[in-house]
Each structure stands twice: as C-alpha cells, then as structure tokens.
Design a protein around this ligand. Structure first.
Ligand code: NDP
Ligand code: 8X3
Length: 254
C-alpha cells in the first residue's frame, strides 16, 4: 500500500524517528531521514537499504534553522520533492526545573525545536501536498500536550502548541485531501530522558524504574497504522500510554 511512498522523518537518528524509519522501510517506502547527527542517519540508511532494497536520502538538518529547512526542502533532488508522508518527530525536553529557576537557554531550545522547527518543516512541505491533493502530516505530540506536570512548564507548553497547531492545520487543509494526525504518547523509553537531564543517564533511568514504558517501536507501529488507513480516513489525534501509566501524575511501579 505504501510501496515507493516518499516519507520524510525529522529526528530520524534515534528513538521514535529511527523506529519509524525501520517500519516504513519494511513497507518499501523511499525515506528521507533528517537529523543533526549525520553519522547516525547515514548508518541507519545504509542498514535499511541493505535490508529492504529501498531508496534513502539523508539530510543533515537542524530544524531550528529556518533557512536550512527551507533550503533542504527546496533543493530536494528529482522526485524526492513529492513527499507523501511527513513525520514531524524532531523534538526534545530540556530540564525539569521550576519556571522561576530554570535555564532560559533550555526553553529556547525546546520552543525553537518542538514548535518553530515543526512549523518551518510543515510550511516548507505542506504546499506541495496541497498542490498534489494528497499527503499526510503526522506530528509527534505528547500527553504533555494535555496535562502539565511540575517542572514541565515549557515542554508541556511546547507540546500543547503542537496539539493546537495540528488542530489548526487540519482545519486549514479541509478540502485539500491532505491528512493530519497528532500522536500523543505517554512514557516511551528512548534517549528522551537522557537529553532532558543533559546526559545524566542514571537520573534518566530512574524515570522508567520498576515500570514498563512504551518502546519507540510501539509508537512507530501507531504512526504506520495512521498512515495506512484508507485515503478518506483521518485520525486527528491518538493518545497512547503504557499500561503502567494512567496520567502524567500516576505511574505504577511494581
Ligand atoms: P530521542 O531523543 O531518542 O530522539 C529525538 C530526535 O529528535 C533525535 O533523532 C534528534 O536528532 C532529533 N532532534 C532533536 N533536536 C533536533 C533539531 N534541532 N533538529 C533536528 N532534529 C532534532 O527522543 P524520542 O524519540 O523520544 O523523541 C521523539 C519525539 O517524541 C519528540 O518530539 C518528543 O518530544 C516526543 N515524545 C517523546 C516521548 C517519550 O517519552 N520519549 C513521549 C511523548 C512524545 P539529532 O540529535 O541527531 O538532531
Ligand atoms: C514525553 C512524555 O510525560 O515526559 O512527552 O512529558 S512526558
């Protein structure tokens, strides 16, 4: 069904983005893998070309740079510009500090990546989808878009923005045939918490202590499910949590 579809995944170098690359490769898609860590996406692309015989294109991209995003999309070679599926996944949290004590640089990184980066990529890619009357934008949101937890101030705010932007995009694209989906996961064990705690792996590991978190592949399977519905079916939002999590405040640690 998705064979030869062109899929752009931002933040494809680890976690959910990398898992999406694996599952879309299995479906025979042509993959554009974007991230800052070029060594990682090159290795993933090489592995997927060998395993699945697919076409890949790797782009070293910092989504915070509007110029870089616009140039990357404008300069896509040949048929690569006809992106069928955009997975807006690049994102991060930085810190868990109280608003009156936290680092402003952390806020800027989160807002520039999670909100402005997602907007830059969408603004560059969606016009082509509208012209072709087909396409699918899948934004990786979070349950943090729905619930705010102590110290989550700006991260939760950035994901609430992703939720609102996704809703707005869905309205703006009404009548174009382009589909829009937000996937809002709870706890997923990836590099997310290591990044949040600035490389403190012990503190990151505590996040998932004595509970069973979701895996990146769990989320990628849902991304693929959304992408493989019939063309007239849209899933505007999917919330997914571990069985061991009931809300951002309620985690069962057995
Ligand atoms: P990871 O840290 O494993 O992956 C994050 C990815 O984002 C990396 O590939 C990283 O690539 C990329 N990225 C970060 N900053 C930039 C940037 N400026 N430009 C381009 N790429 C960037 O975490 P996850 O896989 O967990 O996170 C993926 C998404 O899922 C994020 O949007 C996150 O907010 C969301 N999410 C995560 C949850 C979780 O519990 N893990 C739950 C809910 C949502 P590189 O560093 O190479 O640029
Ligand atoms: C990541 C999930 O609960 O750490 O978006 O905010 S949470």
């Amino acid at each position: 069904m998705l064979t030869n579809s062109i899929v752009l995944i931002t933040g494809a170098s680890s976690g959910i983005g990398e898992a999406c690359a694996h599952l879309f490769a299995r479906e025979g898609c042509a993959l554009i893998l974007a991230a800052r860590r070029m060594d990682r996406i090159s290795a993933i692309a090489s592995e997927l070309r060998t395993a699945h015989g697919i076409r890949t294109l790797t782009i070293e991209l910092d989504v915070r740079s509007r110029n870089a995003v616009e140039a990357a999309i404008a300069n896509l070679p040949g048929d690569w510009a006809s992106i069928d599926i955009l997975v807006n996944n690049a994102g991060l949290s930085r810190g868990l500090g109280k608003l009156h004590e936290a680092q402003v640089e952390d806020w800027e990184e989160m807002i520039d990546t999670n909100v402005k980066g997602l907007l830059y990529v969408s603004r560059a890619v969606v016009p082509g989808m509208v012209e072709r009357h087909r396409g699918h934008v899948i934004n990786i949101s979070s349950i943090a878009a729905h619930q705010t937890y102590p110290g989550g101030n700006v991260y939760c705010g950035s994901k609430a923005a992703v939720r609102a932007i996704t809703e707005g995009l869905k309205m703006d694209l009404l009548g174009t045939g382009v589909r829009v989906c937000a996937i809002a996961p709870g706890m997923v064990e990836t590099e997310f918490s290591v990044v949040r705690f600035h490389g403190d792996e012990q503190r990151a590991a505590k996040t998932y202590e004595n509970m069973k978190p979701l895996t990146a592949t769990d989320i990628a399977e849902i991304v693929l499910f959304a992408a493989t519905r019939p063309a007239h079916v849209d899933l505007p939002e999917i919330i997914v949590m571990p069985v061991d999590q009931a809300s951002v405040y309620h985690v069962h640690r057995g």
